[in-house]
Ligand binder design. Structure first.
Ligand SMILES: Cc1cc2nc3c(=O)[nH]c(=O)nc-3n(C[C@H](O)[C@H](O)[C@H](O)COP(=O)(O)OP(=O)(O)OC[C@H]3O[C@@H](n4cnc5c(N)ncnc54)[C@H](O)[C@@H]3O)c2cc1C
Length: 373
């Protein structure tokens, strides 16, 4: 297809910054770019009809890492790295709430709960025995103890009598967050082109040439925010990791409120609109879930249903209304640090957000902008 003179003049001439990907990182990057360079011409290219990776598919936990997850991370990261990870989630969430406002994202601070299976004495005992030490370790961030013990107030079954509770955790409405962010970005005159896949780019001395599935053009600078899809465009240590989710129909008198972590964070559930949203089970088939294909598998969906029936809602009738999946970006060997770096003189990337990109996404978008001179 040949673009018209008008299309070229109005959409593809004098582009200062092109962002690939309209997830939370791409949109936040656009927002902070405009704040820093108000006169700049910014274009976002998005391959999906909607943002189509993780930012519109996630569970909406405003979380920092459960106690057992932090203990697990300390096995593969240094203490400083783990502290930095938690701090970034904490700061990122603060930034998101400040930029969009709690009402616009329906932020609710019911707290976060980690549950332990009756079958996993070892994880429970280790977590409990290290709770005080981890509280001390995280004090520079939270100022008070982040983790305390709570009784099984929601009457979940087949779990230990006590939960680990974190009062700082909350939940958001993911759809509200993304529509608000999109609206904010568009209100600043930033253009977003959907159904547009960036296939290749080439940096030259004075611009970056971009080839999409339908047209080619040049931009002064290119910022890549494609997270789980990054390896389709650049060579960095980011692997796709699919995560599957289901949601029930509304349940009368649902008493469960909060965000809940189970099995080192491999399962997670929360209340939303009188329903339970439950996700996880990637650990049942790591290799099969290392994919950019959106799909649900019988094995994992069955495991989620069983968890609902036996542990979460054992005495409450429920029906499942809907199932979906999203694609995250993970590092090898459990590496959780995001990659935010220049890739040349005119190309930058902000990728590998892992399972907590809602918490970190705004900050990573902002950090991408700070890389620019
Ligand atoms: C099921 C699920 C549950 C989750 N739950 C939580 C949670 O509760 N809390 C939390 O903090 N995090 C959660 N996460 C993780 C979080 O959603 C992600 O870390 C975060 O959304 C990543 O944002 P992003 O902008 O980097 O990537 P994405 O949102 O994936 O955005 C990347 C965008 O780039 C586009 N794109 C890719 N390639 C191209 C191309 N070549 N050309 C054009 N466009 C392209 C994609 O279509 C996509 O829209 C969850 C993720 C999933 C999948």
């Amino acid at each position: 297809m040949s673009l018209s003179y008008w299309e070229i003049k109005s959409w593809f001439t004098n582009i200062d910054y092109t962002i690939v990907g309209s997830g939370i990182v791409g949109l936040s990057c656009a927002w902070y770019l405009k704040e820093r360079f108000p006169k700049s011409n910014i274009l976002i290219l998005e391959k999906g009809m909607l943002p189509q990776g993780a930012s519109t598919k996630n569970a909406g936990f405003a979380c920092f890492g459960s106690l057992s997850e932090i203990l697990e991370d300390l096995k593969s990261h240094s203490e400083n790295e783990v502290l930095e990870l938690v701090e970034k989630r904490f700061q990122g969430l603060h930034l998101l709430r400040k930029t969009l406002g709690d009402k616009a994202i329906n932020y609710q601070n019911y707290g976060g709960f980690e549950l332990f299976s009756n079958l996993d004495d070892e994880l429970y005992d280790t977590s409990l025995s290290q709770k005080n030490e981890i509280n001390k370790f995280l004090k520079p961030i939270f100022k008070i103890d982040a983790f305390s013990l709570k009784n099984n107030i929601f009457n979940f079954k087949h779990i230990k009598d006590k939960y680990i509770f974190n009062p700082f955790e909350g939940q958001i409405d993911t759809g509200m967050m993304m529509t608000t962010l999109l609206k904010k970005v568009q209100s600043k005159g930033i253009k977003i082109l959907n159904n547009t896949t960036v296939e290749q780019f080439e940096e030259t001395s004075h611009s970056v040439k971009i080839k999409t599935n339908t047209f080619e053009f040049s931009t002064s600078k290119l910022l890549i925010a494609t997270n789980g899809f990054a390896s389709q465009l650049i060579h960095e240590d980011v692997k796709p990791a699919r995560a599957q989710v289901l949601i029930t129909k509304p349940i009368k008198n649902l008493h469960i409120k909060g965000v809940f972590h189970l099995d080192k964070g491999y399962y997670y559930f929360r209340n939303i609109d009188d329903r339970i949203l439950l996700g996880g089970g990637r650990n049942l088939d790591f290799k099969g879930e290392e994919t950019t294909e959106f799909n649900e598998t019988e094995h994992i969906q069955k495991a989620l249903e069983t968890l609902l029936k036996t542990t979460i809602l054992p005495e409450t009738p429920f029906e499942i209304e809907h199932r979906w999946s999203g694609i995250m970006g993970m590092g090898s060997f459990g590496q959780k640090k995001a990659i935010v770096k220049p890739m040349g003189n005119r190309v930058y990337c902000g990728i590998r957000l892992g399972g907590m990109g809602i918490a970190m996404g705004s900050l990573i978008g902002k950090e991408l902008v700070q890389l620019l001179d």
